[in-house]
Design a protein around this ligand. Structure first.
Ligand code: NOJ
Ligand code: CA
Length: 655
């Protein structure tokens, strides 16, 4: 239903729009040449009066000397079905208010701002329609404020840093934020709300980071290009959605799927996309057994690849990742990215033979492109590199951008700048054309474009287990569900079982490594340790990794607090089975688990992998208990999580 207000021109305007369930209200005001919005939930303030606008290079603010031309209201209600993910059905249920603005003096430029108020979020974006003598715009800045109580607490990672998003989160007072920080920026307000500031549908624009202005209001700081502008765009143009997720508890935040609802449906057939679990020629490099570069200890040899393919078959895992297979890794590979040749295997690696062996054994190969951020070098080879894999039946590629900056058109650009965003998009679209699925490491953050491009199965984009060995505290993974994971799945490279290896000591218990397969969702989920570890030492524990799905129909968070613990139950998309994962920080705790989400009147056979009483991430990481019991809807159990520990449960419906 679209309601048109009669055409009028006003320099003053005020209009409220609420969520379908009336809990959230957004008040939009035009006053003194400034467009302002304010958000409440249950009549309590969420965002105080905050300014909106965009400025374009060499010109005045487009949202300056403005009047309202007209506005429009719309009710939208839709159920979206997702081909894979944490939930099969997502609600796209909102009230929309669109305000059409114009300058009231020459050059009379026009702009639209579209607000969507959901039951658990507020989103809005700027749209610049085509208009006379104004077809190309360089965006100088976007003035979007989020005037949130400065006495709030925030969990932040810094922006514009050499390791991109791969930082430990810091819990700070909102008013003490210095510099720019990445989104999702999760905030707990003194009046009891859990918010996360993020964006949706980031295309052809600098990614939004957030900083404090002089008035201690949070504002967007759009990532600049090397020429100092934020983006060069052709009209018509629309910015990404500015998204504020709003919840009354920490765990409620973790099921907020508004980001996907704000993205478009796919424009082509993606029925060929399948989620994947894989092992890989990978962790052996991290613990120093093998190398990426060719030589005596080269990992990616034909022989090793065939061994890993055989191991995958024995372990019941569908894919094998092979890193370090191509020419270009010699010397300091982080500096020499320009040498990478993506159609040239090393002499000891016969890609065709490996691919054909994998096909015969029914195993998917996950190819690998480490660009080190040398985009000029990569884009020259992009088409032929993807063709090479496609011609060999390789349907999955893990890409990597390990440089601190990208080299694009001979200039250093941020990964999260407009040119970086456009590069990643180019790879996703080319991969889609070739029926290839991607797992992007050092990616651009997720903004829900997987809804439109489901072949983008996973990303890294946070500090993952590759940083274990001292640089990850147990609380880190207990922050991720409430922050990074609000932007989509993550390849955390879970399932390292060799916890006490001499090179990279892992700060978790064994049971917790299983929990990660449920807690940290990924459309491409890696069992990251070497296969001999699973086969020789931990056959029984590996059973959980073998069985846990990579595609769920429903996810229900059961308990948690940011940075302390998180427990989530997820239902298999294919079968009536449930999987539960729980993790804790450095404090042990006992949680009371209820199973009232299970189908009533049915019994489930449960296998429970939990920390033993003496388990501790520091000195008893392997102490695990595995037990079986029958569980149904009315049951509940107490479960112990050791310091740095966790648990995993498989619940199989007894038919
Ligand atoms: C960093 C990635 O996160 C890691 O998974 C990969 O092995 C290395 N870069 C090398 O490409
Ligand atoms: Ca990485």
């Amino acid at each position: 239903m679209v309601k048109w207000a009669s055409v009028f021109h006003r320099k003053k305007f005020e209009k409220s729009v609420s969520s379908p369930d009336k809990s959230i209200c957004c008040n939009v005001v035009l006053r003194n040449n400034q467009l302002i919005y304010q958000v409440t939930k249950n009549n309590k303030l969420v965002i105080n009066e905050s300014r909106l606008g965009i400025s374009i290079c060499g010109e005045q603010l487009i949202a300056n000397k403005i009047m309202l031309v007209r506005y429009q209201e719309k009710r939208h209600r839709e159920s979206i079905s997702m081909p894979w993910g944490e939930d099969e059905v997502i609600n796209n249920d909102y009230n929309e208010l669109t305000v059409f603005l114009s300058e009231y003096q020459p050059p009379y430029r026009i702009m639209t701002i579209r607000f969507r108020i959901f039951n658990n979020a507020v989103a809005f974006r700027y749209e610049i329609p085509p208009q006379p003598k104004f077809s190309q715009v360089s965006i100088k800045d976007e003035v979007t404020e989020f005037n949130i109580d400065p006495n709030s607490i925030a969990w932040k990672i810094p922006a514009y840093q050499p390791d991109r998003y791969e930082y430990n989160y810091e819990k700070v007072n909102l008013s003490s934020i210095t510099g720019s920080v990445h989104t999702p920026l999760t905030i707990k307000t003194p009046n009891g709300f859990y918010l996360s500031l993020h964006e949706a549908a980031l295309y052809n624009y600098g990614s939004a980071t957030i900083k404090l202005n002089n008035e201690r209001h949070l504002i967007t700081d759009i990532t600049p290009l090397s020429d100092g502008t934020k983006a060069h765009v052709l009209l018509p143009f629309q910015t990404p959605w500015r998204l504020v997720m709003i919840a009354e508890s920490a765990i409620e935040l973790t099921t907020n799927r508004t980001m996907y609802a704000l993205n478009d449906p796919p424009k082509m057939d993606f029925s060929w996309v399948k989620t994947l679990k894989f092992i890989g020629i990978w962790w052996a490099m991290y613990v120093g057994e093998w190398t990426w570069a060719k030589g005596e200890r080269h990992g990616a040899t034909t022989e090793h690849a065939k061994e890993y393919i055989d191991a995958a078959v024995r372990l019941g895992i569908s894919g094998v990742l092979i890193e370090g297979w191509n020419e270009g890794w010699e010397g300091d590979w982080l500096q020499n990215g320009v040498n990478n040749q993506f159609t040239q295997p090393t002499p000891d690696f016969d890609l065709e033979a490996v691919a054909s062996y994998a096909r015969k054994r029914g195993v998917e190969i996950v190819g690998h492109h480490e660009t080190v951020g040398f985009i000029d070098n990569y884009e020259k080879q992009l088409e032929s590199a993807y063709n090479y894999y496609a011609a060999n039946g390789i349907n999955y590629i893990k890409t990597g951008y390990a440089g601190s900056m990208m080299l694009i058109n001979g200039r250093k650009e941020f990964h999260h700048s407009q040119l970086g965003v456009n590069h990643y998009q180019k790879t996703v679209e080319l991969a889609a054309k070739k029926h290839i699925c991607l797992d992007i490491h050092e990616p651009i953050k997720g903004t829900g474009i997987e809804r439109t491009w489901p072949n983008l199965l996973s990303r890294e984009g946070a500090r993952g287990q590759e940083y274990e060995g001292g640089a990850i505290a147990p609380s880190h993974a207990c922050i991720l569900p409430y922050t990074r994971l609000l932007s989509g799945g993550m390849d955390y490279t879970s399932g390292i079982f060799d916890l006490e290896n001499n090179v990279k000591r892992i700060a978790t218990t064994l049971a917790r490594q299983l929990a990660y397969f449920v807690v940290i969702y990924s459309g491409m989920q890696m069992a990251a340790d070497r296969p001999f570890i699973y086969e020789e030492r931990f056959k029984q524990e590996f059973e959980f990794i073998k069985n846990v799905p990579t595609n769920f129909s429903k996810s229900i968070p059961l308990a948690g607090e940011i940075g302390e613990y998180y427990v989530v139950a997820r239902k298999d998309r294919e079968k009536d089975n449930w999987y539960i994962g729980g993790i804790t920080d450095e404090n042990g705790r006992t949680l009371h688990l209820k199973f009232d989400f299970l189908e009533e009147g049915k019994a489930y056979s449960a296998t429970i992998y939990s920390d033993a009483d003496n388990a501790h991430y520091r000195d008893e990481p392997f102490a695990i208990t595995i037990r079986n019991m029958k569980i149904s809807h009315n049951d509940s159990i107490d479960i112990y999580l050791a310091p740095g520990g966790g648990f995993a449960i498989e619940l199989k419906k007894i038919s």
